[in-house]
Design a protein around this ligand. Sequence first.
Ligand SMILES: [Zn+2]
Length: 91
Amino acid sequence: MTVDELKSLADAAAAVTQACACAIDTYREWTRVPIDFPEESMRTVGTFVRVMQCTVCGRCALRYVEAGGYYVEPRIRTLDPRLIVDVPAPD
Ligand SMILES: [Zn+2]
């Protein structure tokens, strides 16, 4: 997935106004995935970190697994187009 594709997806997802059980739009920071999160409604649409999209409303979220010394915690946050920056790679 390119940065332009990610930005396009984020813009479309951020424009969704439909209420949905996923509540992706409420995860403004990295958040533990709730036990009742509707995983069955998600599809993977990118993988630089996992980018998932709700098949019900179209909102998108970033996902990763935090691996601490004593725990493993799945985390989620909304894909916010305002936070996507294409930074040149260092020399
Ligand atoms: Zn949804």
